[in-house]
Design a protein around this ligand. Structure first.
Ligand code: NAD
Length: 489
């Protein structure tokens, strides 16, 4: 499919409603599907950020001065346009990220759901009013912060930007978006769609780049808040830098998600859920199953899992991983675990993918008898790999889960309500599932992990994000001049 985004000039920044040319360094944009260069991405300098912030500051009074019900009209149109351009947006995600077309389409569908939630904000974000003494009223209202920034990762080029765009903007903020330099095409297209939907110039701006532009965002005196999604290492850095410059920040990091499989689990449902969770988006989901802890006699479930996993074929129903470096890292974890005594039940290293030899593919991999001290049990692999550990009891399995520094997701597979409740209560993860492979809370529930999977107070989506993107104005009024003044009024 041809797309309007792949212009000869490469990707461009989007500032004040216009594409802007970049004088300076570019980085090649490579499609993971075949290893081919498809475009180039500007590595912007501070001046581009300054221009974007100036445009956003100029737009802010007009945008924040509209009522939320007026602002939301533009997002009804945005939703319509996401739907209308769904095929093109899907293709862009597939091309730049390497996931399958079905997965890319699901991502765009999720962006539509996120926009629908934002369209409901006027029904949710109502203030409070109370007569606190005779003739004296207190009221609260949620007010926007001003210019805010959103920094996003490679694994969901369309959906993760839409975790922040609709909510932050409907709530009256103006935004600077810094997409991952590995997947900038989707956001460039979203910027056009927002303008087509009627968003005033300057309300949404895109500045491409890498570490330098992220540092500049964290230090910028006129950016009030930074939302970040990416690896834990960078989330920590961004959280520290942004809060050091007195900005509010929520920074979502990496994950190591545990599935606790009890011997009474329903075999085929458990096996197909685990297979889908570990291989969906080639394992490059922060909610992907990465470690399975089998309690007791779970061999029939492991056999069924291997059977399911063998149906998942790289280049057919399994997408590519983002880069050659990622492929080598993932395969390195498998090789190291094998050398340490783990048993490879399904080996996805170096698959042959006919017609896509240049692509970065790793086949689904199931590894048994991993021990909790191995790197593959502790670290985020971010590939279609499951490391199976064995536990003698539910307590031991929960201890293994609790031993992780991460805390995004944990799930249990069982038919026993009491055991399920133990796992709902005791894992140190922000998002827990019972008989669910990918326990993503859907709108209006919010998304966010615990421990080193998230730094900051609120979650990034749903109702919780309202607090992050707004500040509370408290107003006290008195309309009875005859009433005496006391120390509280
Ligand atoms: P990443 O941390 O490498 O990059 C994320 C963003 O940070 C990008 O925009 C990148 O340009 C920027 N960046 C990279 N290095 C930087 C540096 N040294 N200083 C400042 N900024 C820098 O993450 P990624 O590889 O793009 O994405 C994958 C990671 O994101 C995984 O760890 C995954 O678990 C995580 N993730 C988490 C969630 C969540 O909800 N917790 C969701 C999606 C992805």
């Amino acid at each position: 499919m041809e797309t309007s985004t792949l212009s000869e000039k490469g990707v461009r920044n989007y500032i004040d409603g216009q594409l802007t040319d970049h004088q300076g360094n570019f980085q090649d944009l490579i499609s993971p599907l075949n290893g081919q260069r498809i475009s180039q991405v500007p590595l912007s300098a501070q001046t581009a950020l300054d221009d974007a912030v100036a445009a956003a500051r100029k737009a802010f009074p007009g945008w924040s001065g509209m009522t939320m019900k007026e602002r939301v009209q533009i997002f009804f149109e945005y939703r319509y346009l996401l739907n209308k351009h769904q095929e093109e947006l899907t293709y862009l995600v597939h091309l730049e990220n390497g996931k399958t077309l079905d997965e890319a389409a699901a991502e765009v569908a999720k962006s539509i759901e996120l926009t629908e939630f934002a369209c409901s904000l006027p029904q949710i974000v109502t203030g409070e009013v109370m007569e606190v003494s005779k003739g004296v009223e207190c009221r609260t209202e949620r007010k926007p912060l001003g210019v805010v920034a959103s920094i996003t990762p490679f694994n969901f080029p369309n959906m993760v930007p839409n975790w922040t765009i609709p909510n932050a903007l409907v709530l009256g903020n103006c935004m600077i978006m810094k997409p991952s330099e590995k997947v900038p095409l989707s956001v460039e297209r979203l910027a056009h769609i927002l303008t087509e939907a009627g968003l005033p110039n300057g309300v949404f701006n895109v500045v491409n780049g890498d570490k330098d532009i992220v540092d500049a965002i964290c230090n910028h005196p006129y950016i009030e808040a930074v939302s970040f999604v990416g690896s834990t290492k960078i989330a920590q850095i961004v959280y520290q830098k942004a809060t050091h410059s007195l900005k509010r920040c929520v920074a979502l990091g990496g994950a190591k998600n545990h599935l606790l499989v009890l011997p009474d689990a329903q075999i085929s449902m458990t096996a197909s859920n685990i297979a889908a969770s570990m291989t969906g988006c080639a394992g490059q989901r922060c909610m992907a199953a990465s470690a399975m802890v089998g309690v007791g006699a779970v061999e029939p479930i492991i056999d069924a899992l291997c059977h399911e996993v063998r149906k998942i074929i790289p280049g057919e129903n399994l997408g590519a991983v983002i880069s050659l470096e990622a492929k080598q890292r993932i395969e390195g974890y498998i090789t190291e675990a094998e050398a340490l005594g783990a048993k490879i039940l399904v080996d996805g290293r170096n698959p042959q993918v006919a017609g896509k030899e240049g692509g970065y593919y790793v086949g689904p991999t199931v590894i048994d008898f991993v021990t909790p001290d191995m790197a593959i049990a502790q670290e985020e692999v971010f590939g279609p790999v499951i490391a199976i550990m064995r536990a003698g009891s539910l307590d031991e399995a929960i201890e293994i889960e609790n031993g992780s520094n991460y805390g995004n997701a944990a799930s249990v597979f069982t038919q026993n309500g009491a055991w399920a409740k133990e796992v709902m209560d005791r894992p140190t993860a922000g998002m827990v599932g019972v008989n669910i492979g990918v326990p993503v809370p859907r709108e209006p529930f919010s998304f966010g992990g615990w421990n080193e999977s998230k730094f900051g107070v609120s979650d990034i989506t749903g109702k919780s994000s309202v607090e992050f993107w707004t500040q509370l104005k408290k107003t006290t009024t008195k309309w009875n001049p005859e009433a005496r003044i006391n120390w509280m009024s």
